[in-house]
Design a protein around this ligand. Structure first.
Ligand code: GEM
Ligand code: ZN
Length: 382
C-alpha cells in the first residue's frame, strides 16, 4: 500500500520570520530559500514554521541559496535550531554542500519551527522592559525610534549620581544576532536578583542598557541591516535621523550622560567560540586601554568556561581601525574601555553542548560572568 504524504505548509509571516518557499510539494524534500534584508543584499538569518508533518516521517529541508549568503563560509560546522514549542530549541544535524544547507528531522509532532539561532521575540522584549522597570533603581531613561517607528528603550540601573562610573551595554545592532538580547535579559535577571556582586557594582557604577538597537531588522527577519538597508555597526561616524536613527539616538544619549566603559554585544556566524574585539587599531590607543582590555579578558576567563582568548578576529594594525564601528568610535570618543563581545551562532567549542549548541540560556549566563568582571574592575576604569 503506498502512503501519499500531503504537502507541508511553510509559514514565516511572524516576528523575525524569514523564508521563501520554492517547492514544498514533496514533504520528504522541501526546497526553500533565504530572503535578503530589505534594501540590502545581506542574508543568512532564517526562521520559519513547518506544519502538516507526519510524526515518524523524516522531512528534509534545503536552503538552496545558502552558498550565496553573506557569510557562506560559515555554514560548514553549523547546525540549524528547531523547536516544537518555541521555548525549547535543539540542534538538527545539518550539512552544507557548497550551495545548499540541508537538514532532516524525524518529526515527533505535526508542526515545528526552524531558525538560524534561538529567536528573541519582540513580545519577550516588551515584557523584559516592563519587568526591568519594576526592579528598584532601574528606570526607563529615554527611548529612541527606529526607522519604522519602533521603540528603542534606554534603561539605566542606578541613580546617576555624580562620581559613579557609566557602563554602557548595547545589543543587536545586527538584527539577526538574537543571542545579543538574550545576553541583556541575563544581565537584567542579575539586576533583579540584586546579589552582593551587583550591589557592589551598583554602589560605584550605573549601567546604561539598550537591549535592542535594531527592532525593525529583528522583526523583519534581517541578518545585518536596519529598514533603510544600513549596517548600524558601520554608522558611528555619520549617523543620521533619516538612515540610522537608532545609532543617532544612542550617540546623543552617550553624549548626554557620558561613558566610562562600553560593550557592544554581537553574534558571529563563523567562529565557534565566545570572544571580544577591541580598540587596538584606534588612533590615540594607549597602554592604559590595552591593559584594561587584557584585564577584562583575563578576568572574564576566571568567571566562565564560555569565554576564551585564543580564537577571534585578526587584531587591527595600529591606526588602521575602522572607526565607523561602535566599539572603535566609542572607545576613541570617550577614551574608555570599549569592546565588541561576540557569541557564536554555532557552539563554543571549548565547552560544547551538542544538544543546544550556543543558546539563549548560555547567552544569559555569560551576561552574569560579564557583570562579575565589570564589578571586579570598576575601580580601574579611570
Ligand atoms: C563585527 S565587528 C568587526 C571587528 N573587527 C575587528 N577586526 N576588530 C562587524 O560589525 O563586522 C561585529 C559583528 O558583525 O558581529
Ligand atoms: Zn554583529
Amino acid at each position: 500500500m503506498t502512503v501519499t504524504l500531503s504537502p507541508l505548509h511553510i509559514d514565516c509571516d511572524f516576528d523575525s520570520g524569514n523564508i521563501q518557499v520554492l517547492d514544498a510539494s514533496n514533504p520528504a524534500q522541501v526546497q526553500l530559500a533565504i530572503r535578503p534584508d530589505t534594501h540590502s543584499g545581506h542574508y543568512q538569518w532564517f526562521h520559519f514554521k513547518a506544519s502538516g508533518l507526519t510524526p515518524g516521517q523524516v522531512h528534509r529541508f534545503s536552503l538552496v541559496n545558502a552558498g550565496e549568503s553573506s557569510y557562506k563560509q560559515a555554514w560548514s560546522g553549523y547546525h540549524a535550531v528547531a523547536s516544537y514549542d518555541q521555548q525549547r530549541w535543539f540542534r538538527v544535524p545539518s550539512e552544507f554542500d557548497g550551495k545548499a544547507l540541508s537538514f532532516a528531522l524525524a518529526a515527533e509532532q505535526e508542526q515545528v519551527w526552524f531558525a538560524y539561532f534561538e529567536p528573541y521575540p519582540r513580545a519577550r522584549h516588551n515584557q523584559l522592559i516592563e519587568r526591568a522597570q519594576q526592579i528598584p533603581g532601574v528606570v526607563l531613561l529615554a527611548h529612541g525610534r527606529s526607522v519604522q517607528g519602533r521603540d528603542i528603550p534606554l534603561l539605566r540601573a542606578g541613580d546617576g549620581a555624580v562620581g559613579k562610573r557609566k557602563l554602557w551595554l548595547i545589543a543587536q545592532q545586527h538584527p539577526g544576532e538574537h543571542m545579543a538580547e538574550w545576553f541583556i535579559e541575563g544581565l537584567i535577571d542579575r539586576l533583579q536578583a540584586l546579589d552582593a556582586t551587583v550591589q557592589q557594582l551598583l554602589s560605584k557604577a550605573d549601567l546604561y542598557l539598550i537591549p535592542n538597537m535594531n527592532p525593525d531588522g529583528a522583526f523583519l527577519g534581517h541578518l545585518r541591516t536596519n529598514f533603510q538597508g544600513k549596517d548600524l555597526n558601520r554608522a558611528w561616524q555619520d549617523a543620521s535621523i533619516e538612515f540610522s536613527p537608532e545609532v543617532f539616538f544612542a550617540q546623543a544619549q552617550m553624549k548626554q550622560y557620558g561613558v566610562d566603559a562600553f560593550i557592544d554585544v554581537h553574534g558571529d556566524e563563523e567562529i565557534p567560540h565566545v570572544f571580544t574585539a577591541a580598540c587596538e587599531g584606534n588612533p590615540g590607543y594607549t597602554p592604559r586601554l590595552a591593559k584594561l582590555e587584557e584585564q577584562f579578558r583575563t578576568t572574564l576567563c576566571t568567571h566562565t568556561r564560555d569565554f576564551q582568548t585564543v580564537h577571534g578576529y585578526t587584531r587591527d594594525e595600529p591606526g588602521q581601525a575602522n572607526t565607523t564601528l561602535a566599539c572603535n568610535a566609542v572607545g576613541m570618543a570617550y577614551d574608555c574601555l570599549s569592546l565588541t563581545l561576540e557569541m557564536p551562532f554555532k557552539d563554543h567549542d571549548d565547552a560544547p553542548n551538542p544538544h543546544t549548541g550556543w543558546s539563549g540560556a548560555r547567552s544569559k549566563a555569560l551576561a552574569g560572568a560579564v557583570l562579575e568582571t565589570l564589578a571586579a574592575m570598576v575601580d580601574d576604569l579611570r
